[in-house]
Write a protein that binds this ligand. Sequence first.
Ligand code: MGD
Ligand code: MGD
Ligand code: MO
Length: 759
Amino acid sequence: MARKSPKGDPVQDAPQVAEVQHAAAGLPAIGHTLRVAQQQMGVRRTALTLLRVNQKDGFDCPGCAWPEPEHRHKAEFCENGAKAVAEEATLRRVTPDFFAAHPVADLATRSGYWLGQQGRLTHPMYLAEGAERYEPVSWERAFDIIGEELAALDSPDESVYYTSGRTSNEAAFLYQLFARELGTNNLPDCSNMCHESSGSALTETIGIGKGSVLLEDLYQSDLIIVAGQNPGTNHPRMLSALEKAKNNGAKIITVNPLPEAGLERFKNPQTPQGMIKGTALTDLFLQIRLGGDQALFRLLNKLILETDGAVDEEFVREHTHGYEAFTEAARTADWDETLAATGLERERIEEALAMVLASKRTVVCWAMGLTQHKHAVPTIREVVNFLLLRGNIGRPGAGVCPVRGHSNVQGDRTMGIFERPAPAFLDALEKEFGFAPPREHGLDVVRAIEALRDGKAKVFFAMGGNFVAASPDTDVTEAAMRKARLTVHVSTKLNRSHAVTGARALILPTLGRTERDLQKSGEQFVTVEDSMGMVHASRGRLEPASPHLLSEPAIVCRLARRVLGPGSATPWEEFEKDYATVRDRIARVIPGFEDFNARVADPAGFALPHAPRDERRFPTATGKANFTAAPVEFPALPKGRLLLQTLRSHDQYNTTIYGLDDRYRGIKNGRRVVLVNPDDARELSLADGSYADLVSEWKDGVERRAPGFRIVHYPTARGCAAAYYPETNVLIPLDATADTSNTPASKSVVVRLEQSATD
Ligand SMILES: Nc1nc2c(c(=O)[nH]1)N[C@H]1C(S)=C(S)[C@@H](COP(=O)(O)OP(=O)(O)OC[C@H]3O[C@@H](n4cnc5c(=O)[nH]c(N)nc54)[C@H](O)[C@@H]3O)O[C@H]1N2
Ligand SMILES: Nc1nc2c(c(=O)[nH]1)N[C@H]1C(S)=C(S)[C@@H](COP(=O)(O)OP(=O)(O)OC[C@H]3O[C@@H](n4cnc5c(=O)[nH]c(N)nc54)[C@H](O)[C@@H]3O)O[C@H]1N2
Ligand SMILES: [Mo]
């Protein structure tokens, strides 16, 4: 029986299953793009807006962080980029009348999809203590309320400043400056739930937590391994890059428990021939079990070590450290253990090895499939070992390529949004702004939830995002948020975090990327950094959704003036007036941004320095690239249980739900589905089309339950299941996190499926 949708919510969740697709993009994608865009924006605005995405004088696509190619096509956007734009540039509005008609208790019963579909926020809104509804409030009063609550704290460390990854460099720099002047490093961000494991592993091994390849490297590589990533949905423009690499002779190995359509075949909508036939992308598909990647790369490393002449000995000698300990560990890798961990056949691994040995230039790309496991950091370190062995870092056509999510998540980190800032960064801030920044580490996402839960944090401020829906352990997180004195969200759209609040709450509506940002010195632009370390300008042209919006930089500047008062020597007023003055400071504080204003005038932008990529220099503790030798781990699966990964459908952007279809996977009109391998389903007597509750099992013995999921027989790896996030976040225990990075392990949750009594 299909689960009833929340009361009064017109959204039905009645999943249907159609055929699984084996190719991505093509004509259907164009049709979908235009339909979604026109529903939200109308015909004229659709044309005007979509033509400016990722153009040199336009705005950066708020979709993903994939870089723009040098030769931009007239339509340099994809289906899902267009949906992201349409969500922001929509003509629908959430006005004070809306809040008058919908008390918070009503909003709390609504689905995320319904909330998002209501449109853009137009006024600052305030929920007073004990009140049932948000009411309009002036900006001045809003800042006063925040000031009152901050003044009542025993320490600035009782406040938390979250950032999602759409925030521009300028806004992020100002925001961290404000938090640190106030006296706290409590700057958790979405990266804590995303690529933190990549940052941790890469900083330790190569000395910088960012990818080492540029687009040109992909085009020149012989072999690209795409592990734990679904670019057809989440980074569609990456498919054009993969296609170009293939046309240049590259081979592609895909490592994934799911056969993802985009990696099977890409029908490039920008070429007539691409539309009809398309390009087969994957040459070898390794259908791995969830969490088996460390074991796979470890065995490949052993096999490379055992092949005469396969190791780049000169590189290893000149540039690396820890080789002995690593080889000792790698030599113990075991076929049987690896086959059990990965679920792969021996022949497939041998084929992969042959391709690896035939390649002189190898790139490994990855995303959430590698980062969101308990052993994510050692897994990514093993990928680094794999590349180091054959000298595949720091030369053309080769390297590490963690593919970032949010369009400026990498830039926000560069700007200092980090709860554990480097001492050198704090020194530079101190020198430039003349105050002593706090040195103690702050709270990341998981620790911030714990602090709220334990009453140690009382004010929660979010620069974008949807914290309660994106975070793990939904019930725990929501209860923690409700304990806060004040929750504040700087947002473009309504979401669940506005309905699950502290005693008092504020919604501060802000400009999106697509909109004109007019300040006292004139029209402003902002800057962003993509997944490959390229920085460029982004300029919105649309009329703002409402005259009452403030830009993110303006909000931070006004808040800082109100809260820090005349005691702050920082020229907040000037920063608000002219963002170029912010960039001048960034140029003086952050290495690589010298002459920022001059260089960003070049429409193509500029590349940030990357020592391993540019000079084969590794700024690690040892001064070399570090091999590491962690024990191999993989998730244990008790009998009768499945390992669940929580992932994205084709119709969502994280917690923003665009629609109820997942076209490539053949799911329609509903999101409460769980994909199970037919053989597992048979063994567990889970009929296709029947309904079950997902119940997660964790060492604390607490029962976490997500009710009413339709079982879909689907060709995923044995023992593995998949269901969409954020509906499944209720299943992920707060302390089920990755070692070192503390990222929620959202890709390996042990679950049992309990069939509903009515079936
Ligand atoms: N349209 C759209 N674009 C987006 C987003 C969005 O929600 N919608 N989100 C943005 C953000 S913030 C991010 S971080 C990225 C996310 O981009 P992805 O990481 O591609 O997103 P997920 O849907 O989480 O997909 C994880 C992929 O890894 C595979 N996988 C899961 N576990 C394992 C494993 O153990 N091993 C291997 N080898 N594979 C595994 C899954 O089957 C799936 O193909 O996309 C960004 N772009
Ligand atoms: N189970 C599970 N949980 C996950 C993941 C998973 O794979 N599985 N993925 C994790 C990952 S990778 C990430 S990155 C996080 C995402 O976590 P978040 O970044 O917190 O979540 P989003 O859904 O991207 O946030 C959407 C909201 O951002 C606001 N917004 C949009 N554009 C702007 C803007 O320009 N300015 C401002 N101020 N606000 C804006 C809108 O109000 C919108 O409702 O979720 C994580 N959670
Ligand atoms: Mo992400």
